[in-house]
Design a protein. Structure first.
Lengths: 170, 194, 455
């Protein structure tokens, strides 16, 4: 297969993306309060199983999405990075809850201010804790990202800014 | 036993060990000298009138910034200080923190049979190497509580079997709950500083 | 096949030696409810010793509390025992009210008690559900989380959030109960009772469950007291200590309820104590809903027509006080803010402590000044210099708050006495002599909540 996009490879990529996105084996790295909302999302009321993500694998060797749920302290950070490194490609990381996105309101000596300082993150789900509907929305965004991923493992180009914001200086 | 009789029995038994005592908002507090702690705790546990078999909590307070709250910048030129609201009734005011002592280790005791509570406060004057006796020989539950006080404040407990950090990681330097440790001073094991 | 009796070293064929194995049940483990590290020394399947390492979720609660003012600590207290946040809120607020020496209205006490008990039911549901899931009964977990969703819906209608509620304030609560709270409560409890019946049917006489839970994780009452253990863990050993009965606070002394006490101190007793406590909590809430003093009437008494809060505030802003004085605004208490009509039932009558109603903030100068003095940085609630300790009955045991104040706008030192800290310190004693697979139900019944353990 050549690396230029062709009809066969793009069909194959689509099929692979479809297969991968509907069979998510997540590793829920649950630490804190967000874990309660994770449990609520995974259980019958807000069932995450209908998205194909209902089987948590509690071993990093067997999973492909790392859900980092809850505050990561500096004591826990090396453990988290080790688990991330133990996962095989293709893997994605979801940052669940605002403590993992940016550190939350625990701006102190003990908290990692956002896990994207120590590992690449694919989807951020803010909230303290995020409602299960937000989690499902984040999961669907992750599924879109998985669908668009190229076969060689390259992520697609980042989303374009919406046209309304063109020329808007930050 | 009510608060005053509790304080009375402790003061009568250890007249030199007790430096002060008071009742504030219904809580009886006895301020002890450093060397009287172990004996007083043993008395509290074994005396049939006190029967305080339950060590509720061991904690410490760092009084070095007491009353020196920062004035908000907006008001610093006008000389406004933040002080307790005069409208809140305070008929029997608190005597204040122990003078000359930076740290005080605070113990709370409870008796399940007699249903009374007592607080012991042990001021520690030595700032550079604060030390106090350990209560692990009387209550095994004091083990972890004293480890936490060591971790957060740096107060050494003499006679503790295994005094090491419990909430922070071993490589951490400093004692976070002291007033001179800034809130956001991070010491990451991995990753960038912020 | 020879059977092995626990507590003895099995006889080895001649020529073979045994060695102790160290098994690290590391911080990230599926059966650990939260992050804790257990380093166990195993002799075959038997645990010879264990060492517990905590602190992986230390978030600096006590240090953060020193940087904010008294009401700003509320969100931090939510996240202590995050499965029963209202109990933590209530404990902190009652400690502050003891320090300030103020009394809240009776209806406010009843509201706090009702929501605390609902939180306690949620906590026990999570604990029993997670323990059952670890033992293989995944269905029980799903049923209990279903019941918990009904309770969380109830809490959300009152407070606005499912889990981290920040509902109590120093001097009161944020807003009053809904008008239809009693009916919603009845419905939620009906579902919860159905789930509890199903769980009893599935687990309590189940041979596998009872074999795994009976006789494992045994601790005696004296040992438990010497470690400082309280709550359902202690009550399962036979010691009858419940802060609600022995040192009653709020309105617990007027409400009829029993405290279940076990006998053997093993995992099965703890499970049964928790199941019965849920039933008793529902009994407390039903009694409280019968006895609660009536709340505010939310219509204009003259016209009978409810005034929307926004309209009232607009009138007040232009100074048209006559049009609204004496009238009561109707507002969804959580969405449009609390209104003056609710205040007699939810807030202590102390203007140094509790924010005024929005009608007053925008309507007259006294309300504006009160709002300013409580909200601006450096002002706020200014407690007298002093220290207090106040214990409440958390879901795991005696949850105490020790507050030291130096007269400033925030706490000088705030200490939370965590109930599961003591239980975790006794874990090595609990595990010694049991087999490695007994660790799972024992650890499940400890109900370790990382937010409370490590703070």
């Amino acid at each position: 297969m050549s690396s230029e996009p062709s009809f066969l490879t793009s069909r194959l990529e689509e099929a692979l993306g479809w297969a991968r996105k509907f069979s998510i084996f997540q590793y829920p790295f649950v630490t804190a309060c967000c874990g309660m909302e994770y449990m609520a999302t995974a259980c019958s009321h807000y069932d995450v199983d209908r998205f194909g993500a209902g089987l948590p694998r509690f071993s990093p060797r067997q999973s492909d999405v790392l859900f980092v749920v809850g505050t990561i302290s500096h004591k826990m950070a090396p453990v988290l990075v080790r688990i991330h490194e133990q996962m095989a490609d293709p893997k994605w990381v979801v940052s669940f809850g605002v403590c993992t996105c940016t550190g939350g309101f625990y701006d102190n000596y003990a908290t990692v201010m956002g896990i994207d300082t120590i590992m690449p993150v694919d989807v951020y789900i803010p909230g303290c804790p995020p409602r299960p509907e937000m989690v499902l929305d984040g999961l669907m965004k992750l599924q879109n990202k998985i669908q668009d991923q190229h076969m060689g493992g390259k992520r697609p180009a980042p989303e374009q800014r919406p046209p309304q914001l063109e020329g808007y200086e930050v | 036993m009510n608060n005053s009789s509790l304080i009375e029995s402790v003061t009568k038994r250890f007249p030199d060990g007790v430096s002060a005592s008071h009742t504030y908002r219904g809580d009886a507090t006895v301020v002890l000298q450093l060397d009287a702690l172990l004996e007083t705790a043993r008395f509290l546990k074994e005396d049939p009138a006190m029967e305080m078999n339950f060590l509720v909590d061991v904690t410490a307070v760092d009084y070095s910034a007491f009353g020196k709250g920062s004035v908000p910048a907006f008001f610093s030129s006008s000389g406004v200080t933040v002080r307790p609201s005069p409208q809140i009734p305070d008929p029997d005011p608190w005597p204040g923190p122990p003078d000359k002592a930076r740290f005080a280790v605070v113990y709370h005791f409870y008796s399940m049979a007699k249903k009374h509570r007592l607080r012991l406060q042990v001021p520690i004057e030595d700032e550079t190497s604060p030390e106090v006796d350990s209560l692990t020989s009387l209550w095994p539950g004091a083990n972890w509580l004293e480890r936490e006080v060591w971790d957060m404040f740096g107060i050494v407990f003499r006679g503790h079997p295994d005094l090491k950090r419990i909430l922070m990681y071993q490589e951490f330097e400093g004692h976070p709950l002291r007033k001179d440790y800034p809130v956001a001073k991070r010491q990451p094991l991995i990753g960038p500083l912020n | 096949m020879t059977t092995h009796t626990p507590g003895t070293t099995p006889k080895q064929p001649a020529g073979l030696t045994t060695r102790e194995m160290m098994l690290n049940i590391g911080p990230a483990h599926p059966a650990m409810h939260g992050i804790v590290r257990l380093v166990t020394k195993l002799e075959g399947e038997e645990i010879k010793g264990a060492e517990v390492e905590i602190g992986y979720l230390h978030r600096g609660f006590e240090k953060m509390a020193e940087t904010v003012d008294y009401n700003g600590v509320m969100p931090y207290t939510d996240r202590l025992n995050y499965v029963s946040p209202l109990i933590n809120n209530m404990g902190y607020c009652m400690a502050m009210e003891k320090l300030l020496g103020i009394e809240v209205p009776e209806r406010c006490h009843y509201i706090r008690v009702i929501l605390s008990e609902v939180s306690r039911i949620g906590d026990h549901l999570t604990c029993v559900g997670a323990t059952a899931m670890e033992l293989g009964a995944f269905t029980v977990f799903l049923y209990m989380i279903k019941a918990r969703e009904y309770l969380w819906d109830l809490v959300e209608k009152v407070t606005g959030a499912r889990m981290t509620v920040s509902y109590c304030r120093v001097g009161g609560v944020k807003a009053d109960l809904q008008d239809d709270f009693a009916e919603l409560c009845v419905k939620a409890f009906m579902e919860t009772r159905k789930v509890l019946d199903e769980t009893h049917g599935l687990l309590t006489r189940n041979r596998i469950f009872t074999d795994r839970m009976n006789g494992t994780g045994v601790i005696s009452a004296e040992e438990a007291i010497s470690y400082g253990i309280t709550g359902p863990f202690l009550r399962a050993t036979g010691a009858e200590y419940d802060v609600r009965k022995d040192c009653p606070y709020a309105v617990y002394d007027r409400l009829p309820f029993d405290v279940p006490v076990g006998t053997r101190g093993d995992n099965m007793d703890r499970y049964l104590v928790r199941m019965e406590e849920m039933e008793q909590s529902m009994r407390i809430v039903e009694a409280a809903l019968r006895d609660i003093p009536p709340g505010p009437v939310l219509t204009n008494p003259e016209t009978g027509r409810p005034i929307p809060a926004a309209e009232m505030v607009d009138l007040a802003k232009v100074g048209n006080i006559d049009a609204i004085s004496g009238g009561c605004a109707v507002a969804g208490p959580t969405l449009e803010g609390s209104s003056r009509a609710q205040y007699p039932s939810i807030a202590a009558d102390q203007k140094q402590v509790f924010l005024p109603a929005k009608e007053d903030t925008y309507g007259n100068i006294e309300g504006l000044m009160q709002n300013f003095k409580l909200v601006m940085y450096g002002h706020g609630v200014r407690a007298p210099k002093g220290e207090v300790y106040f214990p409440v009955e958390g879901a795991n045991g005696e949850l105490g708050f020790y507050v030291v104040s130096d007269g400033g706008s925030g706490p000088y030192r705030l200490r939370c006495r965590p109930p599961c800290f003591a239980i975790m310190s006794a874990l090595p004693t609990l595990l010694e002599g049991d087999m490695i697979s007994d660790l799972i139900p024992t650890f499940g019944s400890v109900n370790m909540i990382g937010g409370e353990l490590d703070r």
